[in-house]
Design a protein around this ligand. Structure first.
Ligand code: IPE
Ligand code: IPE
Ligand code: MG
Length: 241
């Protein structure tokens, strides 16, 4: 649900999720390597987090690396991982900006360095009360659901619950998003009209917004356009009105 009017703006969605797509094409247009696009994309992310925080969005979730992105060349994968390892603190200035930082995605395949940074930043920002930024790294929506299903199965084996106790309400917090509310608005840049295995469960009733703008060119103006569009929609959740 949109939160109350803030900063004199129209209602802002409580949770916005982003599929940050188009970095490779942005670089190609300029005759640059794909990695230069990812570096520029990181700058966009940094700016946008500040904008989201300014306008009073409570939760923002960003798709940084999918479970399928391992298919890319070793060079591109390692440069993406290095970008995260080297710049995590700068990418999200959680220390100065009261931002709570969280991560979703399988951590097993990520380096020790990155794991340590993720744990530290999560711990250090736990008490922050501003925007919750969730970075999805080695994340897949199906993988998220499978992991939750394993937890539910284990609870059954432990005798804590029986299969009849498995409901949508008890299953939702077993997902990696845990207590983060469902996505209100999903924004995908870069012109593709697909979900690419992102937050499958959590976007069941999200409003979807697709733009041809490449992620590196996405800015506050584009964000406000998406929010205006969101505010023009009628969310019915299956009801008849
Ligand atoms: C999105 O940009 C960033 C990641 C998937 C890591 P792409 O790298 O997919 O850029 P395009 O889609 O090839 O332009
Ligand atoms: C989705 O973009 C993943 C991220 C933005 C991290 P992709 O570029 O990987 O998606 P596809 O391959 O076009 O579906
Ligand atoms: Mg892409």
């Amino acid at each position: 649900m949109p939160s109350d009017k803030r900063n004199g703006l129209a209602a802002v969605p409580r949770h916005i999720a982003f599929i940050m797509d188009g970095n490779g094409r942005w670089a190609k247009k300029r005759g640059l390597p794909r990695t230069a696009g990812h570096r520029e994309g990181a700058r966009t992310l940094r700016r946008l987090i500040r904008d989201l925080s300014d306008i009073g969005v409570e939760y923002a979730t960003f798709y940084c690396f999918s479970t399928e992105n391992w298919k890319r060349s070793d060079e591109e994968v390692s440069s993406l991982m290095k970008l995260l390892e080297d710049n995590l603190d700068d990418l999200v200035n959680y220390k100065d900006e009261n931002i709570r930082l969280r991560f979703i995605g399988g951590r097993e395949r990520l380096s020790d360095v990155l794991n340590k940074k993720m744990e530290d930043s999560e711990r250090n920002s736990l008490s922050h009360t501003g925007l919750t930024v969730t970075l999805a790294i080695n994340y897949g929506g199906r993988d998220d659901i499978v992991r939750a299903a394993k937890k539910a199965a284990q609870m059954c084996l432990n005798g804590e619950i029986s299969p009849e106790d498995i409901t949508e309400e008890m299953f939702t917090p077993l997902l990696q998003t845990e207590d983060i509310p469902d996505v209100d608005l999903l924004i995908r840049t870069g012109g593709e009209l697909r979900i690419s295995n992102y937050l499958n469960w959590q976007i069941s009733y999200s409003e979807l917004y697709f733009t041809d703008t490449l992620w590196c060119d996405f800015d506050k103006n584009e964000l406000m356009k998406a929010i205006d569009d969101f505010n023009s929609r009628e969310r019915r959740y299956g009801d008849a009105k």
